[in-house]
Design a protein around this ligand. Structure first.
Ligand SMILES: CC(C)(COP(=O)(O)OP(=O)(O)OC[C@H]1O[C@@H](n2cnc3c(N)ncnc32)[C@H](O)[C@@H]1OP(=O)(O)O)[C@@H](O)C(=O)NCCC(=O)NCCS
Length: 188
């Protein structure tokens, strides 16, 4: 998979991404805003294992954010199952040296479109911690709406915190009723 955007590429992971991924991921400011499954410190071995698992998973749902060919972040989604199989949770992080240039917003818009189109979803959601104003702003800029505040729903770094529930909802297609007038020029 490869999406060429203005500021970066979103593409399938390559084995050779491990060194740059580990270097950029090894950042406490990034770890503080992600789930505990994201290691800290982040070692080359963690990057190699993560990339191996991302490359072997079917369907492919986790991708590198690349600038100038170098992996500088990650975006991925988790497809929900059973009655929630029309939903997915999205997550992302970007190397600190690239913050503030609109990259995450562009990536989120493209990755949301990709997830919806590829998996026929009606909803993609994210759960940033309440203190993560940058991520909330990125979600808003990408067209996500705040649905609620999940009070005291998570613990990170020993601190109980709220999570903000943001969702991008695919609008229902307009249903044509028998009473709808025929479009002009259509003889019926
Ligand atoms: C969140 C993150 C992906 C944002 O990446 P980015 O490429 O810098 O995002 P963008 O440049 O597209 O947009 C950032 C927006 O947040 C705003 N922002 C940044 N820090 C902020 C703060 N402390 N308070 C309020 N807004 C803030 C920026 O001003 C910008 O909004 P603007 O365009 O209206 O000015 C990046 O900071 C990151 O990787 N953080 C750590 C991991 C993380 O939080 N992942 C998301 C988990 S839900």
């Amino acid at each position: 998979m490869q999406l060429t955007l203005q500021s970066c590429e979103v593409r399938s992971y390559r084995t050779a991404d491990a060194e740059s991924l580990a270097r950029h991921a090894n950042n406490r400011k990034i770890w503080l805003n992600l789930r505990d499954a994201f290691p800290h410190p982040y070692k080359s071995k963690d990057a190699r294992e993560f990339i191996r698992s991302a490359r072997h998973r079917t369907p492919e749902t986790t991708f590198a954010i690349a600038v100038g060919g170098e992996a500088v972040g990650s975006v991925g989604f988790v497809l929900r199952h059973d009655v929630e199989r029309v939903s997915a949770e999205i997550g992302y992080w970007l190397a600190e040296s690239f913050w503030g240039r609109g990259i995450a917003t562009e990536v989120l818009i493209a990755a949301t479109d990709y997830a919806i189109a590829t998996h026929t979803l009606t909803r993609v959601y994210a759960l940033p911690f309440a203190w993560n104003a940058a991520s909330c702003r990125v979600l808003e800029k990408a067209g996500y709406v705040l649905e609620g505040q999940l009070r005291r729903s998570a613990i990170k770094n020993g601190v109980i915190t709220d999570q903000m529930q943001y969702a991008f909802i695919v609008p229902e297609p307009p249903s044509l009723s028998v009473d709808d007038p025929l479009p002009p020029g259509n003889p019926g």
